[in-house]
Design a protein around this ligand. Structure first.
Ligand code: TYM
Length: 324
């Protein structure tokens, strides 16, 4: 059984990525699993090449620092040829309507003519990530569920049309409440790709210094109601309680009972988050100070992943009537 998932370096890794995804990837890890930095996906909107390179290194370091085995990680663009080829085959398996119905595409493109074409085709590249490796389970947050569904549809369609090549993958979603919201605006999800620095007031980055983490959490929006109680309809307080529950392996209702005021709750959340992130920040810092080691891990990961996927790509190309 192979689990596979990715993270896009469109910004710095944030607490939602960690609690919603990376933490689970690390805790369930087996030698068969594959986790990668999807740098090709970060090019679907305006991007800065130097920044992309730096963020890719940072994310690779965070994955390892969070406890994912160095044997399981790789960088997507190290497989550009394989993924580019498979992506084309899958684009020829996918309809325009299917791609255009993706919620994330509709939200990000907003009907703009100037949106990059890759914003439309990106879920197909994601399907290529998954299908190339024959992955069975895809641990993702709710926001990626629709994309995994598309990969499922394309795998089934390809197999039925041309011959059995691909494993049909399933999304594995975190328990309810694992969708971390922005601290300053809890009506939207916490996101690493914020547009301006003022936007980051409500985003805790995994590598933020402890004092900054505390400050962001102390300033989190609550709704003015005096009682600390868990009610999913109150997004600000619910978010803080869900974060604390996720950090402590408890439930939001249980953690609410321990606090009499929002001030105290915020202190509790801040300490739990700071302590949880501390070892990751320190280990990632060490890795980033040792680029030769990071490069070694990256090369080994690329070789493993390319070798794993090669026969599926070759079979797929042959079955559609191309290649040798
Ligand atoms: P990305 O980089 O947007 O997010 C990485 C993972 O973090 C989860 N996540 C969250 N979970 C809880 N609360 C939040 N606020 C939050 N924000 C993000 C996401 O659900 C995701 O699991 N396209 C993917 C990366 C990708 C991929 C793949 C994943 C590329 N190829 C193949 C699976 C399989 C992405 O951009 O994730």
């Amino acid at each position: 059984m192979t689990r596979l998932s990715g993270i896009t370096p469109s910004g710095r890794v944030q607490l939602g990525n960690y609690l919603g995804a990376i933490q689970r990837w690390a805790s369930q890890g087996t030698a068969e699993d594959l986790y990668f930095v999807s740098d090709l996906h970060a090019m679907t909107t305006t991007h800065n090449p130097a920044m992309l390179r730096a963020l890719t290194g940072e994310q690779l370091a965070v994955l390892i620092a969070a406890g994912i085995s160095a044997e399981s990680v790789f960088v997507q663009s190290d497989l550009t040829r394989e993924l580019g080829a498979l992506s084309w085959v899958l684009e020829c398996t996918c309809t325009f309507g299917e791609a255009a119905r993706m919620v994330q595409f509709k939200e990000k493109a907003k009907g703009r003519d100037g949106a990059r074409l890759s914003l439309l085709t990106y879920p197909v590249l994601m399907a290529a990530d998954i299908l190339l490796q024959g992955a069975d389970e895809i641990p993702v947050g709710e926001d990626q569920r629709q994309h995994v569904e598309l990969a499922r549809t394309l795998a089934k369609r390809f197999n039925a049309t041309y011959g059995e090549v691909f494993t049909v993958p399933s999304a594995v979603l975190p328990p309810a409440g694992a969708r971390v919201r922005d601290l300053a605006d809890p009506t939207r999800k916490m996101s690493k790709s914020t547009r301006s620095t003022s936007d980051t007031a409500g985003v805790v980055f995994v590598l933020d210094e402890p004092e900054l983490v505390r400050r962001k959490i102390r300033r989190a929006a609550t709704d003015g109601e005096p009682s600390v109680a868990y009610d999913p309809a109150r997004p600000g307080p619910a978010n803080l309680l869900e974060i604390l529950a996720a950090c402590t392996g408890s439930t939001p209702g249980e953690v609410a009972e321990g606090y009499g005021s929002y001030g105290a709750l915020k202190e509790g959340v801040a300490e739990a988050v700071v302590e949880m992130l501390r070892p990751i920040r320190l280990r990632a810092g060490e890795l980033l100070d040792d680029p030769a080691e990071l490069e070694r891990v990256r090369k080994a990961g690329a070789a493993r992943a390319a070798e794993r996927g090669e026969h599926r790509l070759r079979s797929a190309l042959r079955l559609v009537g191309t290649g040798h």
